[in-house]
Design a protein around this ligand. Structure first.
Ligand code: PGA
Length: 255
């Protein structure tokens, strides 16, 4: 499917806290041959820390990038339990999810921390996949744009304009995550074109280049209608991506 000018579609699987190393091997054994038939789409697998190394080894010859699901902003230091961008880069990791709503809601991730993490990812050569999105109460109160503006502006505050076009943003309305109730294609398009315009406040060129994904209850059955929207450049898929065949079916809508 032709899509969105020059932006190459990106389909990302967010495994969250699922899959051991053995299960990672099993998943890739199924996924890799199926993906061979799918062209013109970048694939990213966001896997738990302990599976990163094995995942990068198994995908080194494939056009799949492996991503972490979080990182600390400092290169090293007295931060017990944390992992840094250079450590991820050394493991062959190419991207990192930052600001997922589960981290914001359950683990106290702040906009302040994200304003350091996003530039630190760029410095280490990682592609940040910045997650933004409103809660149901915020949407009902008509605050969606205010929330998105705040999240995007804060996260990009210290990012160099020259890096901005390599950014990936995932618009994930919190009410749609894991609920089975995805945003409608029109709702997703509206929010995503707004996110693109926010990037445009920093650089018109970057706004054209930056890939903005939709996330929240994406399934093989709704991925096509979402992907057909002019500003939607792909998906960040949770539950449905735990099954390699379902994830491949979703990736295929962009291929
Ligand atoms: P879901 O999760 O596809 O299970 O709704 C998406 C996400 O949290 O990234």
């Amino acid at each position: 499917m032709a899509h969105n000018g020059s932006r190459r579609p990106l389909m990302a699987a967010n495994w969250k806290m699922h899959k051991t190393v053995a299960e990672t091997e099993e998943y890739l054994t199924t996924l890799l041959p199926v993906l061979e038939g799918i062209d013109g789409v970048d694939i990213v697998l966001c896997v738990p820390y302990l599976a990163l190394t094995r995942a990068t080894e198994l995908t080194s010859s494939a056009r799949i990038r492996i991503a972490a699901q979080n990182m600390h902003h400092a290169d090293e230091g007295a931060f017990t339990g944390e992992v840094s961008a250079p450590m991820l880069a050394e493991a062959g990791v190419g991207a990192v999810v930052l600001g997922h709503s589960e981290r914001r809601q359950l683990f106290g991730e702040t906009d302040e921390a994200l304003s350091r993490k996003v530039p630190a990812a760029f410095v280490a050569g990682l592609t940040p996949i910045l997650c933004v999105g409103e809660s149901e109460a915020e949407r009902d109160a008509g605050e969606t744009q205010r929330v998105l503006r705040h999240q995007v502006q804060r996260a990009l505050e210290h990012v160099e304009v020259a890096d901005l076009d390599r950014l990936v943003v995932a618009y994930e309305p919190i009410w749609a995550i894991g609920s089975g109730q995805s945003a409608s294609p029109e709702q997703a398009q509206e929010a995503i074109s707004f996110v693109r315009a926010l990037v445009g406040d920093r650089s018109a060129e970057a706004a054209e280049a930056v890939r903005v994904l939709y996330g929240g209850s994406v399934k093989p059955g709704n991925a096509g209608d979402l992907q057909a929207q002019p500003d939607i450049d792909g998906a960040l898929v949770g539950g449905a991506a735990l099954d390699p065949e379902q994830f491949a079916a979703i990736a295929a809508v962009a291929g």
